[in-house]
Ligand binder design. Structure first.
Ligand code: FAD
Length: 416
């Protein structure tokens, strides 16, 4: 295909890349290959609204007319098996191939599996609409569910199933929920709030064995020796990036397909974006692989610009959200190096934010039901602005005023 771009993976990143190529003025052929048969859809609702509403439909990322109207050759149900680097050609499952001039790998990630689950019925993980349909079909008559993993997706599902009347137990191997990156005060708040709606939360606990009846899971045994009845077991223990295509082709891999700040892999005419890509983040200088809609979307926009010959480096402010029961969690920045934090607001009101600092510098804000703090945080981090403790104590009005002053000073050259 002369001067064409082929995109592998029709999820958040792949679809945005196709859209951005056209928005940026690319007029060559664009082919979008996805192994799922559906029109590409939003993933976040799957663990939030979709599994609790029997009538909910997948929410398309773009309507069907977007693909035809923008001359995007979208081919659903197409699994790419191999990249022939020398021939600049893809080999497709079931035979056939497709040559490319530029290639964007947007292959996403897949749930980590639990070896002891075997192939029992009633064991689920959640990545695709097919997974969500299977969970929804069984959750209608769910009495007991065990969720393995106290990360965002596991906890979203726990709250959703509990709202539907299911007895839910969350099992987390670490001594707290939500991993190390979230402030302990938020992890403790989420823990307490889930318990208040009747979710049982067991930290520092593992599953040692599953029991089954007629090939269907019936209980989970945990490290304390207790037997937990379970009609459903949902495994939410993280994801692994889909790097196999890239790896087989000899591209550099480091916890994801390694890319530079223009999204180019170790073979420059092949780019990688979204959950599958790892890169040195401008924000910390450290290597990261992020799993968020924002990351996928901003990577895709930049990849399109790189293909059109622009040299901009990745500079988006990272952010993420999660809805767990009545808690909207919003995170901005990267807080792994936080060595001081300030809490603004009251956890007891279910509305508060945590401002993280590394030395003197603001590096991130995590909010529970305080969307204004999140939006202001995105502005502050984008400007590289660190508020004083007094400004944070003054809340949104004080922070907005401080940002306006900073923006005016940046725009106005200092008087001689
Ligand atoms: P994906 O969207 O996974 O798309 C990759 C696509 O490539 C998939 O369709 C895959 O099947 C396909 N593919 C892979 N290999 C091949 C191949 N060889 N040939 C053809 N096709 C292939 N993020 C947030 O920011 N906030 C949230 O609240 C949130 N909630 C989430 C809830 C759920 C249930 C899930 C699963 C994810 C959630 N995320 C959330 C994460 C977010 O959805 C991902 O970060 C985002 O989808 C990544 O986009 P991507 O395009 O890189 O990968």
């Amino acid at each position: 295909m002369k001067n064409g771009v082929v995109i592998v993976g029709a999820g958040h990143a792949g679809v945005q890349a196709a859209a951005s190529l056209r928005e940026e003025g690319f007029d060559g052929p664009v082919v979008l290959l996805g192994d799922e048969k559906e029109l590409p859809y939003h993933k976040p609702p799957l663990s939030k609204t979709f599994i609790k509403d029997a009538k909910a439909k997948p929410q398309p990322l773009r309507g069907e007319v977007f693909y035809s109207g923008n001359a995007i050759d979208f081919r659903p149900g197409t699994n790419v098996e191999r990249i022939d680097l020398l021939a600049r050609r893809l080999e497709l499952a079931g035979g056939g191939g497709l040559s490319f001039d530029r290639l964007i790998l947007a292959t996403g990630s897949r749930p980590r599996t639990l070896p002891l689950a075997g192939d029992l019925d009633g064991i689920f993980s959640l990545r695709s609409i097919a997974d969500a349909r299977a969970i929804r079909a069984m959750s209608g008559d769910c009495q007991d569910a065990v969720i393995l993993g106290g990360g965002f997706i596991g906890l979203e599902i726990a709250a959703t199933l509990r709202a539907g009347g299911c007895n839910v137990t969350v099992i987390e191997a670490a001594d707290r929920l939500l991993g190390r990156a979230i402030a302990p005060v938020i992890a403790a708040h989420v823990h307490k709030r889930l318990e208040s709606i009747g979710v049982r939360v067991l930290t520092a606990t593992t599953v040692t064995r599953l029991e089954s009846q007629n090939g269907h899971v019936s209980a989970a045994f945990i490290s304390t020796g207790e037997r937990l009845p379970a009609r459903m077991v949902i495994v939410g223990i993280g994801v692994v990036p889909n790097v196999e295509l890239a790896e087989m082709a000899g591209l550099a891999i480091a916890n994801g397909i390694r890319v530079d700040r223009q999204m180019r892999t170790s073979v420059p005419e092949i780019l990688a974006i979204g959950d599958a890509a790892s890169y040195p983040h401008w924000f910390t200088g450290m290597d990261v692989r992020l799993e968020s809609v924002q990351n996928a979307t901003d990577h895709a926009k930049l990849a399109a610009r790189t293909i059109l010959g622009h040299q901009d480096a990745y500079s988006a402010v990272p952010w993420f959200w999660s809805d767990i029961g009545d808690m909207k969690l919003q995170m901005v920045g990267l807080t792994g190096t936080s060595n001081r934090h300030i809490v603004s607001g009251e956890p007891d009101d279910n509305r508060f934010s945590v401002y993280h600092f590394s030395g003197p510098k603001l590096i991130g804000i995590e909010s529970v039901n305080r969307p204004a703090d999140h939006m202001i945080g995105r502005k502050m981090l984008g400007l590289g602005f660190t508020p004083t403790d007094e400004m944070i104590a003054g809340g949104a009005p004080a922070l907005k005023a401080a940002i306006a002053t900073q923006a005016a000073e940046t725009a106005q050259p200092a008087a001689e």
